[in-house]
Design a protein around this ligand. Structure first.
Ligand code: SAH
Length: 270
């Protein structure tokens, strides 16, 4: 059967051997960023993504969520999805055959296939930008000790980590990845300028922000921000962003200096 979706207006349809009763979620919207999630806990989605700007964008169809309940593909009467690790040791591992069936039913070739995993490449703003430029993504949420290694090899899965710590499951990591990506989809944020000016947009952390009242607990907003002089304000903000980045994130500072042909050890008055 061809795996090319046919488009009828915004809704695209696709031939499938999966019985209708096993198909998840709403129909594909042709121009929406489509996230497909394989999880043992589909009920935790969209979760926090239903709130605020990501929730509004979801309702407007700028992005779409399909969940695949891994349990449906479980083995036997108890729909087992996991088993003990080969070679012994603590915990349980998600079975290759079960996960394989779920991936076959869920993933759309041509979009990235990601397993959220503490062993993965650390997620960052560049990855979020790259993902936002795709038509969608499939995310596998692990549980217990993780998933059978052969699944990763067979499907050429990319492992992505949220950071150097261990969560109990991939669901929170998936929601963080989706949040960071969805807000980069055009029209999701009202003001796209804020995306260009925020942290990491130019290897820099963002400058400090202030708002009313002008004086709080004896602390004033820096005069320059109230001066109305846009050029001076922009210079001050860049200076502060550079100082913070240099102090807190030497790795970002080096990347910024390389991009701007500057010496990272220069003693410029910031
Ligand atoms: N035994 C594994 C940890 C399993 S934690 C190990 O030591 O590497 C269970 C699941 O939580 C993982 O399969 C993964 O999907 C998710 N997870 C845990 N920490 C994560 C992190 N830092 N980033 C992304 N996903 C994570």
């Amino acid at each position: 059967m061809p795996d090319v979706p046919r488009s009828y207006g915004r809704k695209s349809i696709r031939a499938s051997t999966t019985p209708t009763a096993l198909m998840d979620g709403p129909p594909d919207l042709a121009d929406a960023w489509a996230v497909r999630i394989i999880t043992l806990f589909p009920e935790v989605f969209p979760g926090v993504l239903d709130a605020s700007l990501t929730g509004k964008a979801l309702k407007e169809g700028l992005w779409q969520l399909h969940t695949t309940d891994l349990r449906r593909y479980g083995e036997g009467r108890h729909r087992n999805v996991d088993d003990t690790p080969a070679g012994g040791g603590a915990g349980m591992v998600l079975r290759a055959d079960v996960l394989g069936h779920a991936i076959e039913a869920t993933h759309r070739p041509g979009t990235p296939l990601i397993y959220l995993s503490p062993r993965g490449k650390p997620f960052d703003q560049t990855m979020a930008r790259d993902l936002a430029a795709q038509t969608g993504v499939t995310l596998i949420c692990g549980r217990f000790e993780g998933i059978d290694e052969r699944i990763i090899e067979h499907y050429g899965i990319t492992e992505v980590s949220l950071g150097d710590f261990v969560l109990t499951g991939g669901e929170i990591a998936a929601q963080a990845l989706i949040d960071a990506t969805v807000r980069l989809i055009p029209r999701v944020l009202g003001n796209q300028a804020s995306v260009q000016e925020e942290s990491f947009s130019d290897h820099l952390l963002e400058h400090p922000q202030y708002t009313k009242p002008a004086r709080w607990q004896g602390r004033d907003i820096p005069d320059i921000l109230l001066s109305g002089h846009h050029g001076n304000i922009a210079d001050w903000r860049r200076g502060m962003a550079e100082r913070l980045t240099k102090e807190r994130r030497p790795d970002l500072w080096r990347a910024y200096c390389a991009a701007h042909d500057r010496d990272p050890d220069e003693d410029r008055e910031l």
